[in-house]
Design a protein around this ligand. Structure first.
Ligand code: UD1
Length: 388
């Protein structure tokens, strides 16, 4: 319950790359009510490389965080525990009326538990998504965070259903749309000015020449050598017909080295490759606007990310999800996504089918209209006014 006060203090938490994209429109919206709302941004430091963090603050024009807990990488228990210890100090000092967390990363879990234990209400943005796969660390983070949140903001009707099934009462569930898509729609125009296609020699007379875009970072795909090699076999086959552009997460870059797989990639950063029809072209992680531009112009996208399944749906770009399941089924039932797993045969078949002119068309899910952050802040302001 939010205190009935003239001015409420809300701590917004970010930690990892996808969080930054989700918090940007919420911070923007909160700025509109300086008399009634004090919004404080706390960065846990879960992601800390410039390419994984600073570049996103710049592209998305997010204000500098008031506090950076500088936690960094570690095992799940260590990372989560360190965030909890540092975040508790922030809560004791700041005494916020509400803590708002987004997504499903370890920072989301750590900060929601810490707040709930101090009886500070938690708002969870992107609540109710379920892969029903508890081997996925994010699934644990989602289930626990939802179970202790007071305001559950959802992106789709199936998330509402999941929450109801878990016994969450209707008055806590608010179907508001998708803040990641708020950011996409707001930055779409600016992203068109990105020169990334020229830099990668993928532009002919300002038209993009065909390429596929790849991201891969889930521990289940890149920490297990056999699975990684199986996916790679499919990618190599597809890349004989269309070049694959691969901005790789630091975890993945490390695993490529440790499994001795670097010969399978062309290292664009060393200027080794003009991008031809052959090969998987490895790049460092890209800033938001460059990546959005690459995604919007791709023939198709291969990914194991969650958010990219949603972004490609809105962009109308076919997406092949290299996982056995998705917590975002609306991207399959309504959008452009196909969950293809990690077996080479299926990945190759679906990739080739897109190249032959297939690929799902899809439509934009309901309320993915750029207004989700406005709805969230409206609901919180109203709750504060009414003291509920
Ligand atoms: C985290 C999220 C995942 C999300 C992903 C987006 C959890 C459990 N997982 O996974 O849901 O999809 O972020 O990117 O929270 N590293 C760096 N520099 C950085 C950050 C990470 O080098 O700035 C390396 C470190 O070696 C680290 C590894 O990447 O050990 C993993 O980072 P971590 O934050 O633990 O999880 P992600 O795999 O990034």
């Amino acid at each position: 319950m939010l205190a009935n006060k003239q001015r409420v203090k809300i701590i917004n938490v970010v930690g990892a790359r996808p969080n930054f994209i989700k918090i940007a429109p919420i911070m923007d919206e909160m700025k509109k009510y300086p008399e009634h709302l004090e919004a404080i941004l706390v960065h846990t430091g879960q992601h800390y490389d410039d390419a994984m963090s600073k570049a996103f603050f710049e592209d998305l024009e997010i204000p500098r965080p008031a506090m950076d807990l500088n936690i960094g990488s570690d095992s799940h228990a260590q990372q989560t525990a360190k965030i909890m210890i540092e975040f508790e100090k922030v809560l004791v000092e700041e005494k916020p009326d509400l803590v708002l967390v987004v997504g499903d990363v370890n920072s989301t879990l750590a900060c929601s538990i810490t707040s709930a234990k101090l009886l500070i209400p938690v708002a969870h943005v992107e609540a109710g998504l379920r892969s029903f796969d508890r081997t996925m660390p994010e699934e644990i983070n989602r289930v626990v965070t939802d179970s202790i949140s007071s305001y559950l903001f959802t992106t789709c009707e199936d998330a509402n259903e999941n929450l109801r099934r878990e016994g969450i009462p209707d008055e806590k569930i608010f179907f508001v749309g998708n803040v990641m898509i708020d950011s996409l729609l707001r930055h779409r125009e600016k992203a068109r000015k990105s020169e990334i296609l020229e830099k990668l020699n993928l532009s002919i007379n300002s038209q993009a020449k065909p390429y596929a875009l790849l991201t891969l970072h889930r521990p289940s795909n890149v920490d297990d050598g056999e699975t990684f090699k199986s996916i790679l076999e499919a990618l190599e086959r597809i890349s004989q017909d269309i070049p694959i552009i691969f901005p790789a997460h630091p975890r993945t870059q490390k695993q490529i080295d440790s499994f001795g797989l670097s010969d399978h990639f062309k290292d664009f950063t060393n200027n080794e490759s003009q991008i031809t029809n052959h090969g998987i072209h490895l790049l460092a992680p890209l800033p938001y606007l460059d990546f959005l531009h690459l995604m919007a112009n791709a023939k198709f996208v291969l990914t194991d990310s969650g958010g990219i399944q949603e972004e490609t749906t809105v962009l109308g770009v076919p997406c092949l999800t290299l996982r056995e399941n998705t917590e975002r089924p609306v991207t399959v039932t309504e959008g452009t996504n196909i969950v293809v797993g990690t077996e080479p045969k299926r990945i190759i078949n679906e990739g080739m089918s897109i190249l032959r002119g297939g690929g799902k068309k899809g439509k934009t899910p309901r309320l993915w209209d750029g207004q989700a952050a406005r709805r969230i802040v409206d609901i919180l302001m109203k709750a504060a006014k009414e003291g509920r």
